[in-house]
Design a protein around this ligand. Structure first.
Ligand code: PMP
Length: 449
């Protein structure tokens, strides 16, 4: 079977995520037969460098030998078991390790099977905590503009990317949206720290005025990924943590995309030295192998649900595949790699190279910003550099970069006008150089007229 056969069969029976299916009348789907390291191979011998880690999940390459071996071993023992009333070795070990690695005080792990589900869990847990505490007026959430937390109705409610949210607005919870400390929107001469401090005043005002009705503030620490890899200074998280403490409000850190070393530290919150009340993890948790997510929280939250059955305080949320043993085993193998290989240090060198290679793009007449935090980097293409006027979305400039990249053995998937890189950590120096070269040429072509 060649690519074409697979494409025809696919288009007869499938409906792909985040896709206007009509595009596939002229934009070919890419059928993949196998993966190895940073490479994805189709059925005709073409290959693609996965510069976006297959939607930010893959950490140590496709077909990673260590994770493969751990999974084979687990398969021989136990594929799945109900996680209510029963338990298993991989999930206990994984939880012990996560609680020792996560920011201080996050001693309890509650599992689900994808990122959106973890966000739902955190929102419900926060609300329910306050109910159990007798704070029954607390029923609202605060979120930042341009944030993204997933696509299920609760997660969509606390997000703010219009493209995904607008249609469903009548179905969603009403949230308080506070302008983000996005450093791209800085005033002339202003530093990212100053932007964060200035923008925090909006947050402070909302928390001060509505403390008695707010359950939690939810943020993507340091990088608003789906919102175009917009970045902000860690000082914002510090100020937010302190204010949440003052006003008796939970802080939910959604590290689903930024966790596991993407921003340079194992968790992004570390860069602000804060510990959230709820930490949501998924994506890289299993090295990009299997769906799994976890919400980590404090003992005091756990205790607020711990009571005699008749008092009906238990957190009854459940998913059939909660804590799947195979997924937990992949997660353990992923953490082993962090332990055995000097991942964060090696990444620092790779990130430095990526940054220096991207620097010349700053001079491009249609590039308004090149930004980076750790192993995440982004280039903002604009129509007018001085005024930062975006290209109209209808022009689909990013798609042109995507198409160019594909023709050059590269998977780049710009978010609107933002070309970004979030490669697997096994990418080598030559591949980083190639990746930037392809992107630069793609940007050249996409902005040519
Ligand atoms: N939160 C963030 C910050 C994300 O980036 C994503 C996924 N892109 C999600 C939540 C949702 O995760 P999932 O796609 O696994 O539902």
């Amino acid at each position: 079977m060649n690519n074409r056969n697979w494409i025809e069969r696919d288009l007869r029976v499938l409906w792909h995520p985040c896709t206007q299916m009509k595009d596939h009348e002229w934009l070919p789907l890419v059928p993949i037969s196998r993966g190895e390291g940073v490479w994805l191979y189709d059925f005709e011998g073409n290959r693609y460098l996965d510069a976006i880690s297959s939607w930010w999940v893959n950490l140590f390459g496709h077909g990673n030998p260590k994770i493969n071996m751990a999974l084979r071993d687990q398969l021989a023992k136990l594929e799945h078991v109900i996680f209510a009333g029963f338990t298993h070795e991989p999930i206990i070990e994984l939880s012990e390790r996560l609680t020792s690695l996560a920011p201080e005080g996050l001693t309890r792990c509650f599992y689900a099977d994808n990122g959106s589900a973890a966000v739902e869990v955190a929102l419900k847990m926060s609300f329910h905590y306050w109910q159990n505490q007798g704070k029954t007026r607390k029923n609202r959430f605060v979120t930042l503009s341009n944030s993204y937390h997933g696509e299920t109705l609760g997660a969509l409610s606390v997000g703010d990317v219009a493209l995904y949210k607008k249609t469903y607005k009548p179905l969603l919870m009403d949230c308080i949206t506070v302008p983000a400390p996005d450093c791209y929107l800085r005033d002339e001469g202003e530093s990212c720290t100053e932007v964060a401090q200035r923008m925090f005043l909006h947050m402070k005002k909302v928390l001060e005025e509505h403390a008695d009705t707010i359950c939690a503030v939810i943020v993507e620490p340091l990088v608003q990924c789906a919102g175009g890899m917009r970045m902000y200074d860690p000082v914002y998280l510090r100020l937010l943590r302190d204010a949440c403490d003052v006003y008796g409000i939970h802080l939910i850190a959604d590290e689903i995309a930024v966790g596991f070393g993407r921003t340079g530290t194992l968790f992004a919150c570390e860069q602000a030295d804060v510990s959230p009340d709820f930490l949501c993890l998924s994506k890289g948790l299993t090295g990009g192998y299997l769906p799994l997510s976890v919400v980590m929280t404090h003992e005091s939250v756990y205790q607020a649900f711990y009571d005699d059955y008749e008092n009906l305080k238990a957190f009854l949320h459940s998913h059939s595949y909660t804590g799947n043993p195979l997924a937990c085993r992949a997660a353990l193998a992923t953490l082993d790699i962090f332990d055995e290989e000097n991942v964060l240090e090696t990444n620092r060198q790779k990130a430095a190279l990526l940054g220096s290679l991207l620097e010349p793009l700053l001079d491009h007449p249609h590039v308004a910003e090149v930004r980076q935090r750790g192993m995440i980097a982004a280039v903002e293409m604009v129509k007018d550099k001085r005024k930062k006027t975006p290209y109209p979305w209808q022009e689909r400039r990013g798609l042109k970069v995507y198409q160019h990249a594909l023709s050059q053995e590269m998977l780049l998937r710009p978010l609107g006008n933002v070309v970004y890189f979030m490669p697997p950590y096994v990418i080598n120096e030559q591949q980083i150089t190639d990746m930037v070269g392809v992107a630069a040429r793609g940007i050249e072509l996409a902005t040519a007229k």
